[in-house]
Design a binder for this molecule. Structure first.
Ligand code: SF4
Ligand code: SF4
Length: 443
């Protein structure tokens, strides 16, 4: 449990972290094999135990956080694999929540300003985001983005453009989601779709697929006015922006006037929306509303697994896996950290994929380290590109060895990271969101 009285949000300078949280770690090291940055580097200070030790030392000694310690903390993916693995119940997420604003306050002024501008002025405004998406698509269609790849190894600023190009999938033509959808027949439920910002720009078709699946199950689906969930801002330590977006989303969904479930296609957004009660716990006028809001939030896989496909629609289609001999196709599941570790949602995607495999004749295999982060982690792949690629290497090695034709996951960040891994290795592997795979099977 988070000790809310000791969660103090402050800027750079003296550590003021919850001593109880830090003391809950008994330094047993059982979390180390679950930590992707430890596995990639073999360094204690790149492990959860090492990072907790650094924070405890900082708190004890006082003064400014040492630059090396800050680097080790910045290189944490925030994947929460350690929290799942820890037998002592250390709430690593709460420790990280307290440390991140300190890290943000140390950031280079220009970088921080650009990040804050993006979090507050681009992502929450879907109109601006769509303009950005269209511009990017034009650049990609003209193949001008390939010029960025030539900057690889160049000066830092240009190198970032090359990194951005590497992790950016082709932006599809944006088709606006209908405000309300129902195909008639027996109504089994009602849902509000949370479309996300990154998801709706880069994987707009996933939201359309989710909407079709929900409607197929008899839901009346609305896509109400909404804004960015705030996850990218929060994970970057910009709590004021994240809180403001949380308050806005609560207001918008309350003003939609009912208590329908809020269905989310992006694991990262879902985890953030469910985290609103912790984020707003110290704001008396918001805490209860945040709790009510979070209780309505479901990952798409939870909604679909709880519902029924009336025509047994998962399915006989030959397009689900997208390979010639589907009965020999291999499917593996990469569990997004923000679904498995942050939300504890594991059984539902597995159940839906088992149904998909049974319906299509394809084979579903367990991917080794399926719950280990792929290295995407929001904008981590842009901020810590070298380590992100090392983490991705390990994931891709397992995917390649599994002989997978299709990798299914539930988060846009994982999709673009895995797609970059597939492209870099020239593999013949498709990466799909669960909604996309299920919807393809239902066509
Ligand atoms: S975080 Fe948990 S598993 Fe890791 S060293 Fe501390 S007590 Fe052990
Ligand atoms: S959150 Fe992930 S990267 Fe960070 S210490 Fe825990 S397991 Fe390692």
């Amino acid at each position: 449990m988070i000790d809310n009285n000791s969660v103090i949000k402050i800027g750079a300078g003296q550590a003021r972290l919850s001593q109880d949280l830090l003391d809950s770690c008994i330094h047993c090291g059982l979390c180390l094999p679950a930590c992707p940055t430890y596995l990639a580097t073999g360094r204690e200070m790149e492990s959860p135990r090492g990072r907790i030790y650094l924070l405890a030392k900082w708190q004890e000694e006082g003064g400014e956080l040492a630059p090396r310690a800050a680097e080790h903390l910045e290189s944490c993916l925030g994947c929460l694999g350690c929290q799942t693995a820890c037998p002592s119940g250390v709430h690593y997420e709460a420790i990280l929540d307290q440390a991140r604003p300190h890290l943000a306050a140390r950031r280079n002024w220009l970088l921080r300003s650009i990040m804050r501008f993006s979090f507050a002025e681009i992502l929450p405004h879907y109109g601006r985001l769509k303009i950005f998406g269209s511009m990017l698509r034009t650049v990609q269609l003209l193949k001008l983005d390939l010029l960025a790849a030539k900057f690889s190894g160049g000066p830092a600023f240009l190198q970032k453009l090359a990194d951005f190009q590497m992790f950016t999938p082709m932006v599809p033509e944006h088709i606006a989601l209908p405000k309300k959808s129902w195909r008639g027949g027996t109504k089994s439920g009602a849902a509000k779709l949370f479309s996300g910002c990154v998801m709706d720009v880069f994987y707009n078709h996933v939201n359309h697929a989710a909407l079709r699946l929900l409607v197929r199950q008899g839901n009346i689906v609305e896509v109400p006015e909404q804004t960015c969930c705030g996850a990218l801002a929060y994970h970057a330590g910009e709590d004021d922006i994240a809180s403001s977006l949380a308050r806005r989303n609560i207001e918008l969904f309350e003003s939609a006037g009912d208590n329908d479930k809020i269905v989310v296609t992006s694991a990262g957004c879902g985890a953030m929306l469910k985290h609103y009660p912790a984020l707003l716990a110290q704001e008396p006028q918001w805490a209860e509303r945040a709790t009510k809001f979070a209780q309505r939030v479901q990952d798409l896989s939870q909604t679909l697994a709880a519902g029924k496909f009336p025509d047994n629609a998962i399915c006989e289609s030959k397009s689900a896996v997208g390979v010639e001999n589907q009965s020999k196709a291999h499917i593996v599941y990469h569990a997004a950290c923000h679904l498995a570790h942050a939300q504890g949602v594991r059984a539902e995607p597995q159940a839906l994929l088992s149904a998909l495999a049974a319906g299509t004749g394809a084979h579903l295999y367990d991917l080794p380290e399926a719950e280990h982060c792929c290295g995407s982690a929001g904008i981590y792949n842009l901020l810590n590109t070298a380590l992100s690629l090392k983490v991705l290497d390990r994931k891709m090695k397992f995917i390649e060895e599994s002989g997978a034709d299709l990798v299914v996951t539930c988060n846009p960040g994982c999709m673009l990271q895995l797609e970059a891994g597939v492209k870099a290795r020239g593999l013949n592997v498709k990466v799909k969101h669960l909604a996309e795979a299920l919807d393809d099977a239902c066509q």
